[in-house]
Design a protein around this ligand. Sequence first.
Ligand SMILES: Nc1ncnc2c1ncn2[C@@H]1O[C@H](COP(=O)(O)OP(=O)(O)OP(=O)(O)O)[C@@H](O)[C@H]1O
Length: 577
Amino acid sequence: MDDDAGGKAPMRVLIGYLRPHRWILVLGGVLSLVGSAAGLAMPLLAKYVVDAFGAKQSMAAPLIGLTVAVVIGAVVSAGGSYLMERTGEGIVLSARRRLVDRLLRLRVADVDRLKPGDLLSRVTGDTTLLRSVLTNGIVDSIGSVFMLIGAIVMMAAMDGILLLVTLLVVVVIGGLVALIMPKIQRAQHQAQEAVGEMGAVLDRALQAYRTVKASGAEGREVEVVGEAAGRARDRGLQVAGWTSLAGVATWMTVQIAFLCVLAVGGARVASGALEVSSLIAFLLYLFYLVAPIGQLVEGAVQLQNGLAALKRIREIEDLPGEPDTPVTEQRGEPVGVSFESVVFQYGEDRETVHKDVTFEVPPGGLTALVGPSGAGKSTVFALLERFYDHQGGTITVGGREIRDWPLGDLRAALGYVEQDAPVLAGTLRENLLFAAQDSSEEELWRAIRRTRLDDLVSRLPEGLETAVGHRGVLLSGGERQRVAIARALLRKPRLLLLDEATSQLDAVNELRLREVIAEVAAETTVLVIAHRLSTVTNADRIVVMEAGEVRAVGTHDELVGADELYRELAATQFLVS
Ligand SMILES: Nc1ncnc2c1ncn2[C@@H]1O[C@H](COP(=O)(O)OP(=O)(O)OP(=O)(O)O)[C@@H](O)[C@H]1O
């Protein structure tokens, strides 16, 4: 990341985040200023109390003034700070919404390169840092600057020479702090990267939880996550180191200034050039410099932290997203598919997965894709869903070139059942309605009956309202696949893409699945990546793929006679029921 992106650009982005809240910010700023003004009046009022005491006059008026200033200062400051916290939360909320919106609209090819755990930490952790920029950062800094200027004006009124002494010390050490700030931003960015990396490693272990246990790899994974956590700690320590240095510099500023003022001021009082009460008030104002200087340094640190976080947020927001095209076409007739000399590779540095894929699927009926592992079958589905764009040849759906379809309409026309049939945490009902929220109760039950899920629903303790557990762990593999099919069917697809589970299903589940597929194929186009002989024997046509090419198309009987690879696959690779 270049310096510009780390410096000016994020600052502009930050201002973009603040703009919608500007009036609240102005109000908060005004309250903060009033609070500061009340605070500033206190030493002056204290001087009047001392003068009144010295002159043996009534102290009532200055004491009442002092009390009023204290109360107003406290109330107004509290109100201002609440407003700022509120706005801070609002900014975190909008940053999170924007980031999540972008995340879920990224192109699959970009998501392939990103680590889910790291993405999670950007949404949860980095956005939180934005709040502190606002509360501790910008607003407190505005109040502090006012306080600082006010204190300096008052000090100038007390004694110009003492002020000069104070400013000299402040400027020298302020310069030192300014040098430290960019280092804090860099260290904070690295610290957040390290936290993201830790999230990514932990996510890896949690995603493969059972494999980790079955491999006896708990200790090793704990170690790996621990190492990542260690790196996050090291980076955090760097941030802490620089921040402490800035803190020490601030503290020293005030201490040194205090000693200098005491020495010079004492001499001036002794020579009669300064009143004792003025020296006391001056020292009180000096004391007043502590808080604003501290806050300014803290604000600058928070700003560096926020800018570092913003950089990580922008890295995602700047990725191109898919076009957000609304669904305009209503459901329609089954569509056919054609691949003509399709060429595709997942990346420029990757092998060509589809070298020359040509086949045709007319509307309706069951077409099976078969072939050895790695032949490019699942890639056919990925291209049809436009998760990726093919580089050569033509793909049409319903006679229309796939790139001419509005993305929303294309995906609405397709039902897609992945091989591992993901079931989301939530109830069975939520899972079934996931792709078609507006389905009626009647449509829902029709899909349940068609996929032979009625048994399951009646067996579950709370029927459709039963929570199916994280990733559907409460369901069997066959049940998960049928839930995924029912979900896809509720979308009333014009083309159903079904990547059959490779796992062995029991005879009952196998039969049910076969019946379901046959029934659906009577209504719409079904393209199935088949892993079972029983699925393909009933298919209207079978497309045999090998190493990125289509080597034969035909029915089971035709292919058994004509294609050697198919014969082999049929004899050895399919999971025969
Ligand atoms: N997202 C991806 N990024 C990069 N390469 C990929 C990606 N998905 C698949 N591949 C590669 O593309 C090739 C074809 O994969 P594909 O999943 O289409 O084969 P398949 O015929 O469906 O195999 P299987 O039956 O084992 O699922 C494989 O070599 C695979 O490594």
